[in-house]
Design a protein around this ligand. Structure first.
Ligand code: ADP
Ligand code: MG
Length: 397
């Protein structure tokens, strides 16, 4: 190890801090504990996936200074499980000499669509045509070329929430009202050929390591499945995939980032358009738990403790299928039911992850299944069978 590495290295046995208690946090805890670290999590709810496995849960809002003081006295390095942590809490922790990974400057950009788009476009990277809206006048003055489009609140949206699709100015004004007249972006609806994402990590020494890009399918704005294979040329539409890596590296290096970052792309013809970035592991990277030598969660731990980033090589092709609360309800009767796990896990190569959420709700992410295999077309067939057992409409490549 170089002198720099040995200075930035935090030893196993130390405490790591996590802001947010969702499923990404739970999987982060699993990896941190595997490497011998202890995790303290702040989350306001008393029942969340991460606190069920963390070594300590501080049940609190994210901006209580007493709690943040206590938190910073326990842990050496802090990371986030979702992007909507108040930036002033992150800068408060940074002032307490706690290592905040990624930095609050990067999180501030990623949690605000206006700043995010300004940043991406300042790098000369292609974006969907958009306008920023602060008030009715901005809605009225908007260019007709942007219709039909999607109104997205600048902050706090996720999984398609905080978004409304509109066809004309009248609908836009109503949508702006419905979303609370908050600062927003209005994006032109694009005819997407494909959606891709790439998870990339950067360590303290500036070295980066990418995971293989996944092809993603969404339903009602929520990720439904991802497919990952090394036989890229067969399934990536029309584009040179090395351009996606080039853009990812440009973004993570320009942010001088430390940690794990996901970049979502839209492919339209041969255009590679950045949709958004997430300053954390991502649902579309869950396949890495079983399919890569190092998972995105282990990479998050390695980056924040100053360990070398792990090998992200793909050991097998994979299809990841999200389990939303919808599958806990019978489609015709609407009555609650338990999905048929016994039959589902009889499918070759199926690995089930349930996050331990007590209440299934429509659209709520309850778990996922990763299917592993070598031949992507055969894998696709198994994914189709699995989805029909569970009651999911499967969209395939
Ligand atoms: P979220 O933060 O909820 O993930 P996104 O901006 O990624 O919000 O939008 C969710 C999904 O909606 C995208 O993955 C894509 O399927 C669809 N979508 C969003 N913006 C556009 C657009 N401009 N054109 C076409 N589809 C879009
Ligand atoms: Mg998205």
């Amino acid at each position: 190890m170089s002198l720099f590495d040995s200075i930035s290295f935090i030893k196993p046995g130390s405490w790591l801090g996590l802001l947010g208690g969702g499923q990404l946090g739970k999987m982060f805890c699993n990896s941190a504990q595997q490497l011998g670290y202890k995790v303290v999590v702040i989350d306001p709810s008393n029942d969340n996936p991460a606190s069920a496995v963390a070594d300590l849960h501080l049940q609190s809002s994210y901006d209580d200074e007493d709690v943040l003081n206590h938190f910073s006295s326990i842990c050496k390095s802090v990371t986030v499980e979702f992007e909507n942590i108040p930036v002033h809490s992150l800068s408060f922790l940074a002032k307490k000499k706690v290592r905040v990974c990624p930095s609050y400057e990067s999180i501030a950009i990623a949690q605000n669509r206006i700043l995010e788009k300004e940043f991406i476009s300042s790098l000369g990277i292609d974006l969907a045509p958009y306008a920023v809206l602060y008030d009715y006048e901005d809605c009225i003055n908007i260019s007709e070329n942007l219709f039909p489009g999607i109104l997205k609140v600048a902050q706090l949206g996720y999984d398609g929430k905080g978004q409304i699709r509109v066809k004309d100015k009248g609908q836009l004004i109503k949508a702006f009202d419905d979303l609370g007249k908050v600062p927003s972006v209005f994006e032109k609806m694009l005819p997407l050929d494909q959606e891709l994402s790439i998870v990339v990590a950067r360590g303290f020494n500036g070295k980066t390591q990418e995971f293989p890009p996944s092809i993603n399918f969404h339903s009602s704005g929520i990720l439904s499945s991802s497919i990952i294979t090394s036989s890229n040329h067969e399934i990536y539409s029309n584009i040179d995939i090395s351009r996606v890596s080039f853009i990812a590296k440009k973004i993570i290096d320009s942010l001088k980032y430390t940690g794990v970052l996901c970049i979502e792309f839209f492919i339209v013809g041969n255009r590679i358009i950045v949709n958004e970035i997430a300053p954390r592991p991502h649902n579309s990277g869950h396949y890495s738990i079983e399919a890569c030598i190092t998972s995105q969660f282990e990479q998050q731990v390695r980056a924040m403790v100053g360990l070398p980033l792990g090998d992200t090589s793909l050991m097998s092709s994979a299809i990841m299928i999200n389990l939303l609360g919808d599958v806990w309800f019978d489609k015709s009767s609407g009555l609650q039911r338990e999905p048929n796990w016994v039959q589902a896990l009889d499918i070759l190569g199926a690995k089930l992850h349930l996050y331990g959420k007590n209440e299934a709700r429509i659209g709520r992410k309850m778990g996922h299944i990763t299917l592993l295999g070598n031949d992507v077309y055969e894998l696709n067939k198994r994914a189709y069978d699995l989805c029909s057992i569970i009651g999911i409409d499967y969209e395939s490549v």
